[in-house]
Design a protein. Sequence first.
Length: 436
Amino acid sequence: MSEKLICKNLGINEKGHLTLAGVDTVSMAEKYGTPLYLLDENLIRERCRLYISSMKKHFGENSAPLYASKALSFAYIYKIMLEEGMGIDVVSSGELYTAMKAGFPASKAYFHGNNKTDTDIWFAMDNGISFFVVDNEEELSVIDTAAKERGIKQKILLRITPGIDPHTFKAVVTGNVDSKFGAAVETSQAFDITKLALTKENLILEGFHCHIGSQIFEKEPFCDAADIMLKFLSDVKIQLGFETKVLNLGGGIGVRYTPEQPEIDYDAYLGEISTHIRHLCDKHNIKLPQVLMEPGRSIVADSGLTLYTAGSVKHITGYKSYVSVDGGMTDNPRYALYQSPYTVIVANKADMPETLKCTIAGRCCESGDLIQEDVAIQDVKRGNIIAVLTTGAYNYSMASNYNRLPKPPIVMLRDGVDKTAVERETYNDVMKNDIL
Ligand SMILES: *Cc1c(COP(=O)(O)O)cnc(C)c1O
C-alpha cells in the first residue's frame, strides 16, 4: 500500500483512511459531497517558494518563475500567487480577468497563446499587461498597431520553436518545428520575426520564449533547447546587434503520477539547467539574460486529489471489472485525451490489500470516459470513497458540463483547516445562460 503514497503530503490515519496534508479525506467527502477536488494549499505555497528561491540561487536575483495558470485557474489561486510573489502567465482574457478580479495586477502577467484575438489584445493592453509573448508575424503587426493606437510602447517576447522533441506524449509536445506554436529557428522564421520586431516602433522587444512540452523528467531536453536558444541569441546579437534581456524557458517539468515515475528534486534540476546555460553564455560570449520559467503542473498537480463515490461495480466474467464513479471525463478528461496515468486508492480502505484489478469508469455516456484502466485497488463496494491522486493540474481547468454534470467544488486545506475556494455548481448554474 505505502508505495502508492506517491507524495509526502499523503498518509493513512488510525481509521485506515487516506489523508491529504493530515486531513481525513473520507471526512471531507462526507462534509462536501463528491466529486470533490481537494487541494493542499501549504504544498502549493511551498512549491512557489521553492521555485523562487531556487531560481534566484541558480539564475540570479532578477530571475523569476511565472505560474502557468492554465494548469489550474480560479480566483483564489491568483491570490496565492500574488501573496507568494509569483508572476503568472495567461493564455486568454478569461484567465487575465479572473486574475485581476482576484487582485493580481496585469502588470505582473505575461500573455501567451498561438491565436490571441483582437479583443484579447485590446483587453490585455488596456489593462496594462506586462508582456505579450508574440507567436507570429501577423500577430506582431496587430499588437504594434494596437499599441500605436493607444500611444504606448508595448513590451514583448517572441515565441521561438527550438525544434526539440522532449520524449513525451505527442499531444503535449510543443517545441518541434511543425508545431502550431511560435517561429522555428530551423526554418529561419525565428530570425526573420526578430528582425521584423526590431522595426516596429511601438513594440519593445526584450527577448525570447520557448516551451518544449510537458511532463519532462530528464534535464536533456531543456539543455538541448538551451543549446539552440543560446546559439540563436548569439546569432541575433552578432547579425542584428540585438542583446537579449529576457530568456523565458517555459514550463514542462515532470510530476510524479504513479510509483514508477521518479520524484523530481526541483532545486537540483534547476541547478543542472543553470550550469548548462551559464556554460553556453560563456561559450557564446553573451551576458546571462533575466531567466524566466513557467511551471504550471509542477506547482499544483501533486497538491491535489479528487474524491469520488463508487457506484456500480461490474464484473464481466472472463474479461474485466468496472468500477463506476460519480464523475469522470467531465472533471478529469486527461485519460480520455492522453491516456494519462493516475494512482487510485479506495480512501476509506487505504490500509487494506489491493485485491481487485479493475477499470475506473466515469458516468458519462461515452465508452472512452475512463479515469484509469486495469488498476489494482482495495475491494471496493458501492458507496466507498475513491481517491484519484495528483489531480491538481489540468483537471478543474479542463472540466466541462458534458451530460449537464455540474462541476465539483474546490476545497483548500491550509494548516489543517478546510475552506471552499470554488463552490459546487448547481443545476441552475449549469443552465444559467439558457433562454426558453
Ligand atoms: C502549458 C504551458 C506551460 C506550463 O506547462 P507545465 O507542463 O504545466 O509546467 C508553460 N508555458 C507555456 C507557454 C505553456 O503552454
